[in-house]
Write a protein that binds this ligand. Structure first.
Ligand code: F6R
Length: 340
């Protein structure tokens, strides 16, 4: 695939987020998905483009559900996993070694497990364990399957009595479909400001922490650039001191402040002060506000805008957004090292 074809393919995938969410949301859950019970914890296991769905679900539940949600991005599951844990393993490919390792450990704990994947070893293992498997369509890059993965995860959590997401999903689908063309035009302008610059994405709420992370991962993998993220108010207790240095870097840094209606008024004020400090020495700053009513619509509105910026930045810099050769190479090298 050449660069132009890669751009067209990734743009189509990114623009198709509402359709993916809608499609995933209308599928029936497989038999065996656990129902409401006295859960002690929810653990979402996954890496990279699969893990972000768990982060979004976690941030939705932080404010609405008494059961703590732990995101596990590693080989080992946390000690909090017990028989009263619902563990969801998310791996688009089904072949990610950290996720496979964590899933294998989970089997030994007797926790309730659900797998979301397009196939691979994870699907095979889960079927052997008689765990429910939600199969998502295969053949696209994992990071471009956000709608399938998140749209599968939320109904599982709802079925388990851990939240009500149906209405939020419907609102998000409608909003993203209605606003995507305008966001794309906005993304073209924003991407032009990021050429040869370091993006610094500042989130101002727990919900937007995931949107900021999604911006970073999509800028890394689609546009093939480094991106830094930071969180307010925490930023004001450490990173603020280092702002502006090294000066050469600050001069080439564009600050992107993400805001939403639940941003605490004091945090909003903090962002204003941070941007005032940045007027001295930083390249420039922009403030972006989430759209939508529900938390899901709000977090996805800024995530989709970030996805579009990453694809437009790839186009402007002549980069093919589709391949992630370094990730593939690392996975191959690690697989070889296991066989040796
Ligand atoms: C590639 C991507 C990666 C993968 C990660 C884990 O598009 O986004 O971050 O998501 O390497 O692989 P999966 O998702 O297949 O478990």
């Amino acid at each position: 695939m050449d660069t132009a074809a890669g751009y067209a393919a990734m743009l189509e995938l990114v623009m198709g987020l509402p359709e993916q969410l809608a499609e995933a949301g209308t599928r029936c859950l497989p038999a065996g998905i656990p129902g409401r019970r006295g859960w002690s914890t929810v653990v979402v296991v996954g890496m990279g483009g699969s893990a972000i769905s768990g982060d979004i679900a976690r941030s939705l539940m932080l404010d609405s559900c008494a059961v703590p949600v732990i995101s596990c991005r590693d080989y080992d599951i946390p000690a909090a996993v017990t028989k009263r844990t619902l563990l969801v393993a998310l791996s688009y490919s089904g072949n990610t070694e950290e996720t496979l390792s964590a899933y294998r450990q989970a089997v030994g704990t007797g926790c309730r497990r659900v797998v979301v994947t397009s196939g691979g070893e994870l699907a095979r293992l889960a079927r052997a364990e008689h765990d429910p498997v939600i199969a998502v369509p295969s053949g696209i890059p994992p990071r471009a399957a956000l709608g399938y993965l998140l749209g599968s995860l939320l109904p599982v959590l709802e079925h388990a009595g851990l939240g009500e997401f149906r209405g939020q999903l419907d609102e998000a689908v409608g909003l993203l479909a209605a606003r995507r063309d305008a966001w794309r035009r906005r993304a073209v302008t924003l991407a032009a400001r990021l050429v040869d610059r370091l993006p610094l994405v500042l989130s101002t709420s727990r919900l937007l922490d995931c949107a900021a992370d999604r911006w970073r991962c999509q800028l890394n993998e689609n546009a093939k650039v480094i991106c830094h993220t930071s969180r307010l108010p925490e930023h004001n207790h450490n990173e603020v001191v280092g702002m502006g240095r090294p000066a050469e870097l600050a001069q080439r840094t564009v600050i992107i402040g993400l805001l939403e209606r639940e941003t605490h008024p004091r945090t909003s004020l903090r962002l204003r002060h941070v941007l005032a400090i940045a007027r001295d020495g930083y390249e420039q700053a922009v403030r972006l506000r989430a759209e939508g009513r529900s938390p899901l619509a709000r977090v996805l509105s800024l995530s989709m805008l970030g996805d579009l910026v990453s694809v437009e930045l790839a186009r402007l810099t002549g980069v093919d957004p589709m391949p992630v050769r370094r990730i593939d190479k690392l996975k191959r090298r690690l697989a070889r090292a296991r066989r040796e």
